[in-house]
Design a protein around this ligand. Sequence first.
Ligand code: PLP
Length: 423
Amino acid sequence: MLKPLNARPFGYKNRTLCCDDASLAELAAEHGTPLYVYSSEHLLGRLAMFEQAFAAVPHTICYAVKANSSLALLRLLGKAGSGFDIVSGGELTRIAKAHKPALRKTVFAGVGKQVFEIDAALQADILLFNVESESELELLESRARPLDIPARFSLRVNPDVFAETHPYISTGLSAHKFGIDIKVARAIYRRAAKSKYLIPTGVSVHIGSQIRATDPFHAATARVIELIRQLRKDGIAITHIDAGGGLGIEYTDKAFDPAAAVASYAKSVLTATEGLDLHLLLEPGRFLVAQAGALLTTVLNVKKNGNKTFVITDAGMNDLIRPALYQAHHEILPVKQTSGARKPVDVVGPVCESGDFFARDRELATTKPGDVLAILDAGAYGMTLTSNYNSRPRPAEVLVEPEGARVIRRRETMKDLLGPEIV
Ligand SMILES: *Cc1c(COP(=O)(O)O)cnc(C)c1O
């Protein structure tokens, strides 16, 4: 029997780390490393958990595509009924390819939408645009008019609510580039309501990412509700409220109950929206996909410098940048469980940057070259933030499904990398 580690689909079976029923040792041997591995059942389980927490009210879950935009994962989610939150024309193309009917459940955010992206989204008949400035609203109108396609929109308001998270992923303060000051939003809606081509549909908010306390979600939603009441008094029939994403997960080995986390989150949002006839939109990214995935990497070398030990892996910051970018913690486990003593080591990649590390002073069982390690909770903001820095091809991706494991993205080759270049 697989004993899952905390809330994850990964656990040891006969001393071998598995993803559901698939041996990670076998997957690494068959497909090479670095390799991303995801569990389809875990991902769909998280979606179902979210659905259930909000079952009492009309709602649509719009999975935030930027967390992991793999076509195979998007198709899984789309077929399971999920909508999508996109931030670019490229992500729009992905939804059209992965599961076209989900375009009607797609919302489009982002502070720098371009004409070609707006046109494509209007023609795709997406659910609505999350507009981040008055000038963007004018741009939207100027495209909707010649195309003769009225644009449903929400203003993304900035509720000026502080949520404790890493400064790079906090977005709900007026010091940030996102959204429109909630104090001026009412006037903008009133002006927009005069246009035949702008349909005020909702109000949206997103205060940041990896937020564990649920009070800030309540505070932000309550401020949005106040605005919706005012707008309704003005005769502007707002039908949707978009509470954004941002619900965090537990990256360490501390106990974590995801169902309890999402229940508490739902309660904080729903107590604020109670009694209003509104369709709720939710944009979880990380919460759905982070723990579904791990990055497998092979130990290349174990090097001692003075009293420090460096475990050098074939994955680097270009394959998973979260530790370098956010000082993020990821649990790291040997794919083959050993009984050797645990010693503090730095797990580092081969990229020529001192920031290229996965863990510092981490207690890890003794490893040797050729051993495979699994970096857990790498499903969100892992593959989507990869790069070709140091001319390193991107990892392959494997999806573990009840029917078996399959490659959902082949490993890049140098031919892929050099293709666009002209000498
Ligand atoms: C990134 C983002 C999300 C998803 O955030 P998570 O922390 O992954 O849940 C949702 N909405 C918007 C507008 C975003 O920018």
